[in-house]
Design a protein around this ligand. Sequence first.
Ligand SMILES: *[C@@H]1O[C@H](CO)[C@@H](O)[C@H](O)[C@H]1NC(C)=O
Ligand SMILES: *[C@@H]1O[C@H](CO)[C@@H](O)[C@H](O)[C@H]1NC(C)=O
Ligand SMILES: *[C@@H]1O[C@H](CO)[C@@H](O)[C@H](O)[C@H]1NC(C)=O
Ligand SMILES: *[C@@H]1O[C@H](CO)[C@@H](O)[C@H](O)[C@H]1NC(C)=O
Ligand SMILES: *[C@@H]1O[C@H](CO)[C@@H](O)[C@H](O)[C@H]1NC(C)=O
Length: 347
Amino acid sequence: MGKRFFWSIGLILVILVVVKFSYIYHTNLTINSFMTMVGEKALHNTTVKNVILSTVKSKPKPLTGMWTVNAIGRLGNLMGEYATLYALAKMNGHQAYILPQMHSQLSKIFKIRLPVLHQEVIGRIKWRHYGLHDWMSEEYRHIDGEYVSLGGYPCSFTFYDHIKEEILREFTFHDFIKQESNAYLEKARGDRKNVTFVGIHVRRGDYVHVMPNTWKGVIADIGYLQKAMDYFRQKYENPLFVVTSNGMEWCKENMNNSLNDIHFAGDGQEGSPGRDFALLSHCNHTIMTIGTFGIWVGYLVGGETIYLSNYTLPDSPFLKLFKYEAAFPPEWIGIPADLSPLLKKNE
Ligand SMILES: *[C@@H]1O[C@H](CO)[C@@H](O)[C@H](O)[C@H]1NC(C)=O
Ligand SMILES: *[C@@H]1O[C@H](CO)[C@@H](O)[C@H](O)[C@H]1NC(C)=O
Ligand SMILES: *[C@@H]1O[C@H](CO)[C@@H](O)[C@H](O)[C@H]1NC(C)=O
Ligand SMILES: *[C@@H]1O[C@H](CO)[C@@H](O)[C@H](O)[C@H]1NC(C)=O
Ligand SMILES: *[C@@H]1O[C@H](CO)[C@@H](O)[C@H](O)[C@H]1NC(C)=O
Protein backbone atom coordinates (compact mmCIF):
# COMPACT_ATOMS: atom_id res chain seq x y z
CA MET A 1 0.00 0.00 0.00
CA GLY A 2 2.95 2.37 0.90
CA LYS A 3 4.51 2.23 -2.56
CA ARG A 4 1.25 2.92 -4.37
CA PHE A 5 0.48 5.84 -2.07
CA PHE A 6 3.84 7.50 -2.80
CA TRP A 7 3.43 7.00 -6.54
CA SER A 8 0.01 8.66 -6.42
CA ILE A 9 1.32 11.66 -4.46
CA GLY A 10 4.23 11.93 -6.89
CA LEU A 11 1.91 11.83 -9.89
CA ILE A 12 -0.32 14.55 -8.43
CA LEU A 13 2.73 16.76 -7.79
CA VAL A 14 3.97 16.27 -11.37
CA ILE A 15 0.51 17.18 -12.72
CA LEU A 16 0.41 20.34 -10.56
CA VAL A 17 3.84 21.46 -11.75
CA VAL A 18 2.94 20.83 -15.42
CA VAL A 19 -0.31 22.79 -15.05
CA LYS A 20 1.47 25.70 -13.40
CA PHE A 21 4.23 25.83 -16.05
CA SER A 22 1.86 25.54 -18.95
CA TYR A 23 -0.09 28.50 -17.52
CA ILE A 24 3.02 30.66 -17.37
CA TYR A 25 4.18 29.37 -20.78
CA HIS A 26 0.76 30.08 -22.23
CA THR A 27 0.68 33.67 -20.86
CA ASN A 28 4.11 34.29 -22.37
CA LEU A 29 3.11 32.62 -25.61
CA THR A 30 0.06 34.85 -25.96
CA ILE A 31 2.15 37.92 -25.29
CA ASN A 32 4.82 36.72 -27.71
CA SER A 33 2.30 36.12 -30.49
CA PHE A 34 0.86 39.55 -29.79
CA MET A 35 4.38 40.97 -30.05
CA THR A 36 4.84 39.18 -33.37
CA MET A 37 1.66 40.80 -34.60
CA VAL A 38 2.97 44.15 -33.48
CA GLY A 39 6.15 43.54 -35.46
CA GLU A 40 9.60 41.92 -35.44
CA LYS A 41 11.25 44.91 -33.85
CA ALA A 42 8.78 45.01 -31.02
CA LEU A 43 9.26 41.26 -30.38
CA HIS A 44 12.62 42.02 -28.80
CA ASN A 45 11.49 45.24 -27.22
CA THR A 46 11.69 44.47 -23.51
CA THR A 47 10.07 47.80 -22.57
CA VAL A 48 6.85 46.88 -24.34
CA LYS A 49 6.99 43.28 -23.12
CA ASN A 50 7.54 44.24 -19.48
CA VAL A 51 4.70 46.77 -19.56
CA ILE A 52 2.31 44.17 -20.97
CA LEU A 53 3.51 41.49 -18.53
CA SER A 54 3.10 43.80 -15.56
CA THR A 55 -0.43 44.77 -16.59
CA VAL A 56 -1.32 41.09 -17.02
CA LYS A 57 0.12 40.04 -13.67
CA SER A 58 -0.16 42.96 -11.21
CA LYS A 59 -3.42 43.96 -9.58
CA PRO A 60 -3.98 47.64 -8.62
CA LYS A 61 -3.21 48.37 -4.98
CA PRO A 62 -6.44 48.46 -2.95
CA LEU A 63 -7.54 51.91 -1.75
CA THR A 64 -7.21 52.25 2.02
CA GLY A 65 -8.55 54.45 4.82
CA MET A 66 -11.27 57.07 4.52
CA TRP A 67 -10.90 60.48 2.93
CA THR A 68 -13.60 63.10 2.83
CA VAL A 69 -14.13 66.80 2.11
CA ASN A 70 -16.21 69.61 3.64
CA ALA A 71 -19.61 70.30 2.06
CA ILE A 72 -19.81 74.10 1.98
CA GLY A 73 -21.35 76.53 -0.47
CA ARG A 74 -23.91 75.91 -3.17
CA LEU A 75 -24.08 73.65 -6.21
CA GLY A 76 -20.92 74.79 -8.05
CA ASN A 77 -18.82 74.71 -4.88
CA LEU A 78 -20.12 71.27 -3.89
CA MET A 79 -19.23 69.92 -7.34
CA GLY A 80 -15.72 71.38 -7.03
CA GLU A 81 -15.27 69.83 -3.59
CA TYR A 82 -16.56 66.45 -4.82
CA ALA A 83 -14.30 66.36 -7.88
CA THR A 84 -11.23 67.48 -5.91
CA LEU A 85 -11.80 64.83 -3.23
CA TYR A 86 -12.26 62.20 -5.95
CA ALA A 87 -8.99 63.15 -7.65
CA LEU A 88 -6.77 63.69 -4.59
CA ALA A 89 -7.95 60.56 -2.75
CA LYS A 90 -7.25 58.48 -5.85
CA MET A 91 -3.83 60.08 -6.35
CA ASN A 92 -2.88 59.26 -2.75
CA GLY A 93 -4.26 55.70 -2.81
CA HIS A 94 -7.19 56.24 -0.44
CA GLN A 95 -10.92 55.58 -0.60
CA ALA A 96 -13.07 58.73 -0.91
CA TYR A 97 -16.36 59.13 1.02
CA ILE A 98 -18.71 62.10 0.97
CA LEU A 99 -20.70 63.73 3.77
CA PRO A 100 -24.48 63.13 3.89
CA GLN A 101 -25.25 66.82 3.22
CA MET A 102 -23.16 66.72 0.02
CA HIS A 103 -24.87 63.51 -1.07
CA SER A 104 -28.34 64.91 -0.48
CA GLN A 105 -27.63 67.91 -2.75
CA LEU A 106 -25.67 66.26 -5.56
CA SER A 107 -27.55 62.96 -5.79
CA LYS A 108 -30.79 64.84 -6.54
CA ILE A 109 -29.27 65.80 -9.89
CA PHE A 110 -26.42 63.39 -10.73
CA LYS A 111 -25.74 59.66 -10.69
CA ILE A 112 -22.78 60.15 -8.32
CA ARG A 113 -21.13 56.99 -6.98
CA LEU A 114 -18.85 57.82 -4.05
CA PRO A 115 -20.03 56.15 -0.81
CA VAL A 116 -21.57 58.26 1.96
CA LEU A 117 -20.32 58.47 5.56
CA HIS A 118 -22.80 57.80 8.33
CA GLN A 119 -23.24 60.73 10.75
CA GLU A 120 -22.19 58.61 13.75
CA VAL A 121 -19.08 57.39 11.99
CA ILE A 122 -18.05 60.95 11.13
CA GLY A 123 -18.18 61.89 14.81
CA ARG A 124 -16.11 58.94 15.99
CA ILE A 125 -13.20 59.14 13.56
CA LYS A 126 -10.15 61.22 14.47
CA TRP A 127 -9.75 63.17 11.24
CA ARG A 128 -6.66 64.92 10.02
CA HIS A 129 -7.94 68.28 8.70
CA TYR A 130 -6.08 69.42 5.62
CA GLY A 131 -6.83 72.81 4.07
CA LEU A 132 -6.52 73.25 0.30
CA HIS A 133 -5.95 76.29 -1.84
CA ASP A 134 -7.71 76.57 -5.17
CA TRP A 135 -5.10 75.14 -7.51
CA MET A 136 -3.15 71.89 -7.68
CA SER A 137 0.22 71.76 -5.90
CA GLU A 138 2.96 69.15 -5.88
CA GLU A 139 2.56 68.55 -2.12
CA TYR A 140 -1.05 67.38 -2.67
CA ARG A 141 0.33 64.24 -4.32
CA HIS A 142 1.74 63.16 -0.96
CA ILE A 143 -0.74 63.95 1.79
CA ASP A 144 -0.17 61.67 4.79
CA GLY A 145 -2.98 60.05 6.72
CA GLU A 146 -5.52 57.27 6.45
CA TYR A 147 -8.35 59.50 7.78
CA VAL A 148 -8.16 62.87 6.10
CA SER A 149 -10.81 65.58 5.85
CA LEU A 150 -10.01 68.05 3.07
CA GLY A 151 -11.12 71.65 3.57
CA GLY A 152 -11.67 74.77 1.51
CA TYR A 153 -13.53 75.74 -1.66
CA PRO A 154 -11.45 73.96 -4.31
CA CYS A 155 -12.85 74.31 -7.82
CA SER A 156 -10.01 74.10 -10.33
CA PHE A 157 -9.59 71.83 -13.33
CA THR A 158 -5.91 71.55 -12.30
CA PHE A 159 -6.94 68.99 -9.65
CA TYR A 160 -8.95 66.68 -11.88
CA ASP A 161 -8.49 67.41 -15.58
CA HIS A 162 -6.25 64.32 -15.97
CA ILE A 163 -9.27 62.13 -15.07
CA LYS A 164 -11.89 64.27 -16.82
CA GLU A 165 -13.74 61.22 -18.17
CA GLU A 166 -14.26 59.86 -14.66
CA ILE A 167 -15.38 63.23 -13.31
CA LEU A 168 -17.88 63.68 -16.15
CA ARG A 169 -19.19 60.18 -15.48
CA GLU A 170 -19.84 61.13 -11.82
CA PHE A 171 -21.76 64.21 -12.99
CA THR A 172 -24.08 62.30 -15.31
CA PHE A 173 -27.62 63.68 -15.06
CA HIS A 174 -30.53 61.44 -14.08
CA ASP A 175 -32.40 60.33 -17.17
CA PHE A 176 -35.58 62.19 -16.21
CA ILE A 177 -33.58 65.44 -15.93
CA LYS A 178 -32.03 64.88 -19.37
CA GLN A 179 -35.49 64.36 -20.82
CA GLU A 180 -36.91 67.47 -19.11
CA SER A 181 -34.00 69.65 -20.30
CA ASN A 182 -34.18 68.42 -23.88
CA ALA A 183 -37.96 68.89 -23.96
CA TYR A 184 -37.54 72.44 -22.63
CA LEU A 185 -34.92 73.34 -25.25
CA GLU A 186 -37.05 71.81 -28.00
CA LYS A 187 -39.98 74.01 -26.95
CA ALA A 188 -37.77 77.12 -26.73
CA ARG A 189 -36.51 76.41 -30.25
CA GLY A 190 -40.04 76.69 -31.69
CA ASP A 191 -40.00 76.71 -35.51
CA ARG A 192 -36.36 77.76 -35.79
CA LYS A 193 -34.28 75.39 -37.93
CA ASN A 194 -30.70 74.21 -37.36
CA VAL A 195 -30.38 75.92 -33.99
CA THR A 196 -27.11 76.15 -32.00
CA PHE A 197 -27.95 76.50 -28.31
CA VAL A 198 -25.73 78.84 -26.28
CA GLY A 199 -26.37 78.73 -22.52
CA ILE A 200 -25.77 81.97 -20.63
CA HIS A 201 -25.42 82.14 -16.86
CA VAL A 202 -25.59 85.68 -15.49
CA ARG A 203 -24.46 85.59 -11.87
CA ARG A 204 -25.83 88.57 -9.95
CA GLY A 205 -27.55 88.53 -6.53
CA ASP A 206 -25.11 89.08 -3.64
CA TYR A 207 -22.16 89.42 -6.07
CA VAL A 208 -23.48 92.80 -7.26
CA HIS A 209 -22.26 94.20 -3.91
CA VAL A 210 -19.67 91.66 -2.79
CA MET A 211 -17.46 92.00 -5.88
CA PRO A 212 -16.81 95.78 -5.69
CA ASN A 213 -16.92 96.12 -1.90
CA THR A 214 -15.00 93.06 -0.68
CA TRP A 215 -12.93 92.01 -3.65
CA LYS A 216 -12.18 95.22 -5.60
CA GLY A 217 -13.71 93.61 -8.64
CA VAL A 218 -16.63 93.83 -11.04
CA ILE A 219 -19.27 91.43 -12.30
CA ALA A 220 -20.19 91.06 -15.95
CA ASP A 221 -21.75 94.18 -17.49
CA ILE A 222 -23.90 94.40 -20.61
CA GLY A 223 -20.86 95.24 -22.78
CA TYR A 224 -19.32 91.87 -21.94
CA LEU A 225 -22.51 89.94 -22.65
CA GLN A 226 -22.97 91.78 -25.95
CA LYS A 227 -19.42 90.93 -27.11
CA ALA A 228 -19.82 87.30 -26.11
CA MET A 229 -23.15 86.92 -27.89
CA ASP A 230 -21.82 88.64 -31.02
CA TYR A 231 -19.00 86.07 -31.13
CA PHE A 232 -21.57 83.27 -31.48
CA ARG A 233 -23.84 85.29 -33.80
CA GLN A 234 -20.94 85.63 -36.23
CA LYS A 235 -19.93 82.00 -35.95
CA TYR A 236 -23.27 80.16 -36.17
CA GLU A 237 -26.22 80.51 -38.48
CA ASN A 238 -29.00 80.32 -35.90
CA PRO A 239 -27.74 80.75 -32.36
CA LEU A 240 -30.37 80.66 -29.63
CA PHE A 241 -29.22 82.13 -26.32
CA VAL A 242 -30.79 80.49 -23.27
CA VAL A 243 -30.41 82.80 -20.26
CA THR A 244 -30.60 81.79 -16.61
CA SER A 245 -29.82 84.20 -13.81
CA ASN A 246 -30.47 85.03 -10.20
CA GLY A 247 -31.12 88.57 -11.45
CA MET A 248 -33.52 87.91 -14.32
CA GLU A 249 -35.12 91.39 -14.18
CA TRP A 250 -31.74 93.02 -14.92
CA CYS A 251 -31.20 90.60 -17.84
CA LYS A 252 -34.59 91.37 -19.39
CA GLU A 253 -34.08 95.11 -19.05
CA ASN A 254 -30.53 95.17 -20.38
CA MET A 255 -30.08 92.37 -22.92
CA ASN A 256 -31.01 93.61 -26.40
CA ASN A 257 -33.38 91.05 -27.89
CA SER A 258 -34.27 92.87 -31.10
CA LEU A 259 -32.95 89.88 -33.09
CA ASN A 260 -35.35 87.67 -31.13
CA ASP A 261 -32.59 85.13 -30.45
CA ILE A 262 -32.63 85.31 -26.65
CA HIS A 263 -34.76 83.02 -24.52
CA PHE A 264 -35.10 84.01 -20.86
CA ALA A 265 -35.61 80.69 -19.07
CA GLY A 266 -38.14 80.53 -16.29
CA ASP A 267 -40.71 83.02 -17.65
CA GLY A 268 -40.36 85.47 -14.81
CA GLN A 269 -40.19 82.98 -11.96
CA GLU A 270 -36.82 82.11 -10.50
CA GLY A 271 -35.94 78.57 -11.56
CA SER A 272 -34.33 76.12 -9.15
CA PRO A 273 -30.52 76.04 -9.38
CA GLY A 274 -30.68 72.36 -10.33
CA ARG A 275 -33.08 72.96 -13.19
CA ASP A 276 -31.13 75.98 -14.48
CA PHE A 277 -27.89 74.04 -14.25
CA ALA A 278 -29.29 71.09 -16.20
CA LEU A 279 -30.78 73.36 -18.85
CA LEU A 280 -27.50 75.17 -19.53
CA SER A 281 -25.59 71.89 -19.46
CA HIS A 282 -27.70 70.56 -22.34
CA CYS A 283 -26.83 73.50 -24.60
CA ASN A 284 -24.02 73.31 -27.19
CA HIS A 285 -21.84 76.21 -25.96
CA THR A 286 -21.52 78.41 -22.90
CA ILE A 287 -21.24 82.04 -21.92
CA MET A 288 -20.46 82.30 -18.23
CA THR A 289 -19.95 85.44 -16.16
CA ILE A 290 -18.34 84.64 -12.82
CA GLY A 291 -18.71 81.90 -10.23
CA THR A 292 -18.25 78.17 -9.98
CA PHE A 293 -21.78 77.43 -11.28
CA GLY A 294 -20.86 78.78 -14.72
CA ILE A 295 -17.44 77.13 -14.64
CA TRP A 296 -19.07 73.72 -14.16
CA VAL A 297 -21.59 74.34 -16.93
CA GLY A 298 -18.75 75.10 -19.35
CA TYR A 299 -16.78 72.04 -18.21
CA LEU A 300 -19.74 69.66 -18.59
CA VAL A 301 -20.93 71.07 -21.94
CA GLY A 302 -17.48 70.78 -23.47
CA GLY A 303 -18.24 73.14 -26.40
CA GLU A 304 -16.82 76.63 -26.62
CA THR A 305 -16.85 78.60 -23.38
CA ILE A 306 -16.52 82.36 -23.06
CA TYR A 307 -15.67 83.76 -19.62
CA LEU A 308 -15.10 87.16 -18.05
CA SER A 309 -11.40 87.64 -17.38
CA ASN A 310 -9.28 90.05 -15.30
CA TYR A 311 -12.28 91.28 -13.34
CA THR A 312 -10.36 92.47 -10.27
CA LEU A 313 -7.87 95.25 -9.62
CA PRO A 314 -4.23 94.08 -9.37
CA ASP A 315 -4.17 94.64 -5.57
CA SER A 316 -7.41 92.71 -4.97
CA PRO A 317 -7.33 90.30 -1.98
CA PHE A 318 -9.29 87.94 -4.27
CA LEU A 319 -6.06 87.17 -6.13
CA LYS A 320 -4.59 85.55 -3.00
CA LEU A 321 -7.30 82.88 -3.17
CA PHE A 322 -7.89 82.67 -6.88
CA LYS A 323 -5.78 82.26 -10.03
CA TYR A 324 -7.36 82.91 -13.41
CA GLU A 325 -5.13 80.31 -15.08
CA ALA A 326 -6.21 77.63 -12.58
CA ALA A 327 -9.91 78.45 -12.85
CA PHE A 328 -10.32 78.59 -16.64
CA PRO A 329 -8.94 75.90 -18.98
CA PRO A 330 -6.54 77.35 -21.58
CA GLU A 331 -8.82 76.61 -24.55
CA TRP A 332 -11.64 78.77 -23.10
CA ILE A 333 -12.04 82.30 -24.47
CA GLY A 334 -11.52 85.15 -21.99
CA ILE A 335 -12.90 88.66 -22.52
CA PRO A 336 -11.27 91.17 -20.15
CA ALA A 337 -13.64 93.08 -17.88
CA ASP A 338 -14.14 96.82 -17.98
CA LEU A 339 -12.72 97.95 -14.64
CA SER A 340 -13.43 101.65 -15.19
CA PRO A 341 -16.37 101.80 -12.71
CA LEU A 342 -13.95 100.74 -9.92
CA LEU A 343 -11.32 103.30 -10.92
CA LYS A 344 -13.92 106.09 -10.91
CA LYS A 345 -15.07 105.03 -7.44
CA ASN A 346 -11.50 105.16 -6.12
CA GLU A 347 -10.88 108.72 -7.38
C1 LIG B 1 10.49 50.03 -27.56
O1 LIG B 1 9.22 50.52 -27.14
C2 LIG B 1 9.27 51.79 -26.54
C3 LIG B 1 7.88 52.11 -25.98
O2 LIG B 1 6.87 51.91 -26.93
C4 LIG B 1 9.75 52.81 -27.58
O3 LIG B 1 9.82 54.11 -27.00
C5 LIG B 1 11.12 52.38 -28.10
O4 LIG B 1 11.51 53.25 -29.14
C6 LIG B 1 11.08 50.94 -28.63
N1 LIG B 1 12.43 50.50 -28.96
C7 LIG B 1 12.72 49.84 -30.09
C8 LIG B 1 14.14 49.45 -30.28
O5 LIG B 1 11.84 49.58 -30.91
C1 LIG C 1 -26.41 74.54 -39.68
O1 LIG C 1 -25.64 75.48 -38.96
C2 LIG C 1 -24.23 75.27 -39.01
C3 LIG C 1 -23.56 76.24 -38.05
O2 LIG C 1 -24.09 77.52 -38.14
C4 LIG C 1 -23.77 75.42 -40.47
O3 LIG C 1 -22.39 75.19 -40.54
C5 LIG C 1 -24.52 74.44 -41.34
O4 LIG C 1 -24.18 74.66 -42.70
C6 LIG C 1 -26.03 74.57 -41.15
N1 LIG C 1 -26.73 73.48 -41.84
C7 LIG C 1 -27.79 73.67 -42.63
C8 LIG C 1 -28.38 72.45 -43.25
O5 LIG C 1 -28.27 74.79 -42.85
C1 LIG D 1 -30.30 96.36 -30.45
O1 LIG D 1 -29.77 95.55 -31.48
C2 LIG D 1 -30.16 95.95 -32.77
C3 LIG D 1 -29.69 94.89 -33.77
O2 LIG D 1 -28.36 94.54 -33.54
C4 LIG D 1 -29.60 97.32 -33.05
O3 LIG D 1 -30.00 97.77 -34.35
C5 LIG D 1 -30.14 98.31 -31.99
O4 LIG D 1 -29.55 99.56 -32.16
C6 LIG D 1 -29.84 97.79 -30.61
N1 LIG D 1 -30.51 98.63 -29.60
C7 LIG D 1 -29.87 99.17 -28.59
C8 LIG D 1 -30.69 99.97 -27.64
O5 LIG D 1 -28.66 99.01 -28.39
C1 LIG E 1 -26.86 70.84 -29.57
O1 LIG E 1 -27.67 70.61 -28.42
C2 LIG E 1 -28.88 69.96 -28.69
C3 LIG E 1 -29.66 69.93 -27.38
O2 LIG E 1 -28.95 69.27 -26.37
C4 LIG E 1 -28.62 68.58 -29.26
O3 LIG E 1 -29.81 67.94 -29.56
C5 LIG E 1 -27.75 68.71 -30.51
O4 LIG E 1 -27.38 67.43 -30.96
C6 LIG E 1 -26.49 69.53 -30.24
N1 LIG E 1 -25.79 69.81 -31.47
C7 LIG E 1 -24.52 69.53 -31.66
C8 LIG E 1 -23.94 69.89 -33.00
O5 LIG E 1 -23.85 69.01 -30.80
C1 LIG F 1 -5.40 89.55 -18.18
O1 LIG F 1 -4.28 90.30 -17.71
C2 LIG F 1 -3.05 89.65 -17.90
C3 LIG F 1 -1.99 90.49 -17.20
O2 LIG F 1 -2.14 91.85 -17.50
C4 LIG F 1 -2.79 89.49 -19.40
O3 LIG F 1 -1.57 88.82 -19.60
C5 LIG F 1 -3.92 88.65 -19.98
O4 LIG F 1 -3.77 88.54 -21.38
C6 LIG F 1 -5.29 89.28 -19.68
N1 LIG F 1 -6.35 88.37 -20.12
C7 LIG F 1 -7.21 88.67 -21.08
C8 LIG F 1 -8.18 87.62 -21.45
O5 LIG F 1 -7.21 89.74 -21.64
